[in-house]
Design a protein around this ligand. Structure first.
Ligand SMILES: *[C@@H]1O[C@H](CO)[C@@H](O)[C@H](O)[C@H]1NC(C)=O
Ligand SMILES: CC(=O)N[C@H]1CO[C@H](CO)[C@@H](O)[C@@H]1O
Length: 160
């Protein structure tokens, strides 16, 4: 597992490599987001995630709150709470193994974990848990986290 902090300017680059050419737009994604139970861990900022697979397909989910089960104006990302988001988007070709989290706003956030379940017609469900355990700090330029676990998954299925 490799976790990298990237500067905000990478967001601009990532927005050019978004690739959602898989056209059967019938995957349902459910996303559980766990905010740490520590002081000031919660945030009112917006959270955008990019989920990706080992083919470098990437699906952006702009402002998770728009997918929030409490509605877009709900109070999400409170310390010690788990929030649920769900929505429909194009299917990726492979299982999710990469996650980019971008925080936009004025207050910081400590994300414990993000778990994504993908459901599609005539395909088996897949589930991916990302242990984040990091501050996303809008003042220190670490409001973007790339968590890439694709390489390790490929290694795991290689024959000895
Ligand atoms: C979050 O997103 C909403 C809707 O897109 C926007 O109105 C609001 O200003 C954003 N808040 C922050 C802190 O960026
Ligand atoms: C066959 C199919 O699903 N076609 C869709 C591909 O994506 C475009 C844009 O989202 C849709 O308009 C097509 O219907």
């Amino acid at each position: 597992m490799e976790i990298k902090h990237l500067s905000f300017s990478f967001l601009i680059i990532f927005s050019f490599i978004i690739n959602t050419n898989a056209n059967s737009s019938d995957c349902i994604y459910t996303i559980y987001v766990q905010t740490a139970d520590i002081p000031s861990a919660g945030t009112k900022s917006n959270v955008t995630v990019f989920i990706g697979d080992s083919y470098n397909d990437e699906l952006p989910i702009n402002n998770l709150k728009d997918w929030g089960l409490m509605g877009p104006s709900g109070n999400y990302f409170k310390a010690g709470e788990t929030d649920l988001f769900a929505g429909k988007g194009p299917c990726l070709r492979g299982p999710i193994c990469r996650l980019i989290i971008v925080l936009s706003g004025y207050d910081n956030w400590y994300c414990d974990s993000i778990e994504i379940t993908t459901v599609a017609l005539e395909k088996s469900c897949s589930q991916k848990h990302f242990t984040v355990k990091k501050w996303l700090d809008v003042n220190r330029g670490s409001a973007l986290i790339l968590q890439d676990e694709c390489v390790s998954e490929v290694k795991m299925i290689e024959p000895l």
